[in-house]
Design a protein around this ligand. Sequence first.
Ligand SMILES: Nc1ncnc2c1ncn2[C@@H]1O[C@H](COP(=O)(O)OP(=O)(O)OP(=O)(O)O)[C@@H](O)[C@H]1O
Ligand SMILES: [Mg+2]
Length: 496
Amino acid sequence: MQETEKNLLQTLERIAKLLSSYGSFDSILKQVLHVIETEAGLKDPAITILNFSSSLRPKDKKREELEKKYKPPLKDKVPFNGSTFLISPIRIEGRDIGFISAIAEEKDVREEVLSFLSFVGSLIGFSFFVLAKEKTEVKNVGNIIFRSKQMDEVIKLALEVAKSDATVLIRGESGVGKELLAELIHNNSPRKSKMLVKINCAAIPENLLESELFGYKKGAFTGAITDKKGKIEMADGGTVFLDEIGDLPLPLQAKILRLIQNKEIEPIGGQPKKVDVRIISATNRNLEELVKEGKFREDLYYRLNVIPIYIPPLRERKEDILPLVEFFIEKFNKKYKKNISISKGALTILEKYQWYGNIRELENLIERLVLTSSDLVITPDDIPDYIKEKIHEEEKRKKEEPEEVLPSKREKKAEENKKKTALQEIFEKLEISDSRGLLSLIEDIEKKIIENVLAESKNISDAARKLGISRRQLEWRLRKYKIEFLNYGRKSSFQK
Ligand SMILES: Nc1ncnc2c1ncn2[C@@H]1O[C@H](COP(=O)(O)OP(=O)(O)OP(=O)(O)O)[C@@H](O)[C@H]1O
Ligand SMILES: [Mg+2]
């Protein structure tokens, strides 16, 4: 095989891997461009996807004109400033959604180079097609990311109670997003233009907590040289968020009760004052237990618990893990000016882990991975050992449970297979090796793509539409690749 051809083949393999990794499509496309430039030796590669948030193209007037001229694009190569301009369409379901272009330094470019670019374009189109289908709706409500039904209910309830002044008690393990939810409620309430004042009852030393909360009068104690407003008074007209309410000392519990009942506070050494605040509290402790032990006032418990909202732990809503990973990768890519994505293998590990520290633990891990990753893709090797060990222990524990609780191995395997993207299956089935030419590899991939689309199509016209080619073109390919199309049990063969 020729050197250039071998090189293009390896580049193609790398791009295929990138496209089947998980991450925001935007950052994956940027990586693809980088690979085209550094490994296939094409200059200024550009991907333009209509209606896409970012434009991944260099600024060049003459080239822009060329791209316009070829829109809707045809696959072509044309002379350009002494080199060659290459362009090829990106299609989904027969619609042109954009194009890929690049500059080759030579005047006479080999046909393989254009085929290579055109093939990358097809792969991108196909990835888009698969992605669009796979994505069930991920929601972002006030920066709370979720896809699970449980969280959907939590958010609906929160938005509903936000409208009123009702006292809310948010429960849930550490790191599930209690504070974030309190912010959501405040920001969607009629009080949103006033302050949300957060007080962590566990973080402030007991002897300072009272003056922090209620303020003091000048001369109330040594050192009180001026009047000081308490945090609750600062929130007048707004919301007070009492975090870790289970740690509130008993004497202060009485004062909070008075605030709720009489809408009144008493600064240390001063007169009682009226304040208008809404109270949202949160805890990860078992308040009922604390009441029983006499560490938490029962009357206060009932006053706070008017509307309880429980946020389930992440391990009980595993569908949220992937969107959260994507969200945090994007967040830290921006923060650290990086362009990292994550492989499906690494994701599978993250999905299996129990996340006892919930979203906070996940967020911290992703930040570390993005910051320390030397490669563009986070792979299973990058995931810390303690996570893999915990998963291993968990699996061992499950195996020791009674047999009937476990789904059979085959069922499990079928379940796992279902989770793979169509694209991954295609790439896994392919044995990319140096011994074959680029065109034969492209034919193989084309065949697999056709088979995949056929499996999900009602009839040949439907499949042709999805593939963006005519029915006649598809029939020709079915004959070429000896593919049979099975339609409702009726066999129509295209074999000669
Ligand atoms: N659904 C979510 N989407 C995006 N980020 C989230 C989500 N849930 C939590 N986070 C983030 O995870 C971190 C922990 O959330 P938060 O501080 O609200 O948890 P918490 O329940 O108050 O934890 P603790 O009990 O430890 O105080 C924060 O950085 C928060 O922004
Ligand atoms: Mg918190």
